[in-house]
Design a protein around this ligand. Sequence first.
Ligand SMILES: [Zn+2]
Ligand SMILES: [Zn+2]
Length: 136
Amino acid sequence: MSILKAKRKFKIPQQAILGPVIIVVFVALVMQANWTRRNQRLFRGMMSGLERLPCQYCRGTGTIMEEDEAERQTALHCPVCYGVGFRFIRRLDENDKLCPACGGMGRLQDPDTGHYRTCNRCDGRGLIQAPPGDRR
Ligand SMILES: [Zn+2]
Ligand SMILES: [Zn+2]
């Protein structure tokens, strides 16, 4: 009997806590919603000027097919976009042009080694500063 009593005693505070917990969770949810609304403008500001540039190398799929020695097709992560399929670029001003060397991806295949490396021309940024009227 003493064990049963102890169990019952233990249950009562648990149920008493449940109410306040629901309130706390609810308040937290409301606060989170307010926070999101307040930061939406900030977030939109951050997203403005961003351009989604599909990867030309994998045609935006993030995967390339490569044939091995046994002529089996294997799917590989795209070495240019790291399997993402696109990358974001952000133009700071009108003079920012897509890098002609890497097409804006910031990475390209080294003609000497065949390996993919960061583009030297734009330092991997994907954009270069070109004066107005300069058509390269
Ligand atoms: Zn790619
Ligand atoms: Zn480049």
